[in-house]
Design a protein around this ligand. Structure first.
Ligand SMILES: NC(=O)c1ccc[n+]([C@@H]2O[C@H](COP(=O)([O-])OP(=O)(O)OC[C@H]3O[C@@H](n4cnc5c(N)ncnc54)[C@H](OP(=O)(O)O)[C@@H]3O)[C@@H](O)[C@H]2O)c1
Length: 260
């Protein structure tokens, strides 16, 4: 098996790489992220055949180059997981928040599109191959204080659906995974309660099962799938009342932290 994962230097991406190694000691795993030292740490924890492919998913040419490098060295991947993403609070009209909003959308939407665009032309012959996008339950409704993140994940969900239907019958399946709250560096400083917070290794095992089964859309953990279903059908008036006072993610444009 050959698997490529973006955002593989921490959190969900790292856990997915470890889960694939656990399932197949001979799997060839390509790890994409910006921090070279963190990728090297993950690679040494993985052992076995592994390729560190240092690249920014915001750099289309760099993505195309690492995709070609992986295919030349290991062959066409069976699974490409576009997982790299950033999060952060944004408030429309506040100084600096436009730039933060743009970075979030660029990474979470265009990063995903460009990851697939780099690999898909090389994968057309690969029957049974999977393109996997990591979206979020935050893309199901617009969450206050997280307009950039919610908009990016809603766009990701819609884009992945378009791609799924476009590729129907081609032999390449598109799997959309919407995590609820998963214990990773991204959620470590969230200042609000996180219902059904799930350990990242538990998430990774369920995600690998969903990918193997070729599920079109899955929410993990399952309890959040019910929350997502409820959110989707909640009338606007009720949704607005329920979320008006919900605690919000801190703005990152204040300079106190980077989006992550
Ligand atoms: N944790 C949750 O509760 C949760 C819930 C819903 C959705 N998600 C989604 O799950 C994905 C992974 O998040 P996580 O929780 O594992 O967060 P994380 O631990 O902060 O990991 C994010 C990963 O994305 C990489 N990344 C960020 N910007 C990048 C860029 N421009 N180019 C290449 N790599 C980039 C980071 O690596 P470098 O910094 O080394 O580049 C890191 O490996 C994200 O898409 C996130 O939105 C997470």
């Amino acid at each position: 098996m050959r698997v490529v994962i973006t955002g593989a230097s921490s959190g969900i991406g790292e856990a997915l790489a470890l889960e694939y190694r656990r399932r197949d000691p001979q799997a060839v795993i390509g790890l994409i992220a910006r921090r070279e030292a963190s990728l090297a740490r993950v690679a040494s924890a993985l052992g076995g055949p592994v390729h560190c492919l240092c690249a920014d998913v915001g750099d289309r040419a760099a993505l195309a180059a690492v995709a070609q490098r992986f295919v030349d060295a290991a062959g066409v991947p069976d699974i490409v997981i576009a997982n790299a993403g950033i999060s952060g609070g944004t408030r429309t009209g506040e100084p600096g928040d436009g730039e933060v909003f743009e970075r979030i959308v660029q990474t979470n939407v265009m990063g995903l599109v460009d990851t697939f665009a780099a690999f898909l032309p090389l994968m057309r012959e690969a029957r049974g191959a999977r393109l996997v996008g990591i979206a979020s339950v935050a893309g199901v409704r617009g969450l206050p204080g997280a307009g950039g993140y919610s908009a990016s994940k809603a766009a990701a969900i819609a884009y992945l659906e378009s791609l799924r239907v476009e590729l129907r019958g081609s032999g390449v399946r598109v799997v959309t995974i919407a995590p609820g709250f998963i214990r990773t560096p991204m959620t470590a400083s969230n200042p609000y309660p996180m219902p059904f917070l799930t350990d990242v290794d538990v998430f990774a095992a369920r995600a690998c099962d969903a990918i193997a089964a070729g599920r079109s859309f899955v929410v993990i953990p399952w309890q959040m799938a019910w929350v997502a279903r409820l959110l989707r059908v909640l009338p606007d008036g009720l949704f607005d009342r329920a979320f008006a006072r919900a605690p919000r993610k801190a703005r990152v444009a204040t300079g106190s932290s980077e989006p992550r």
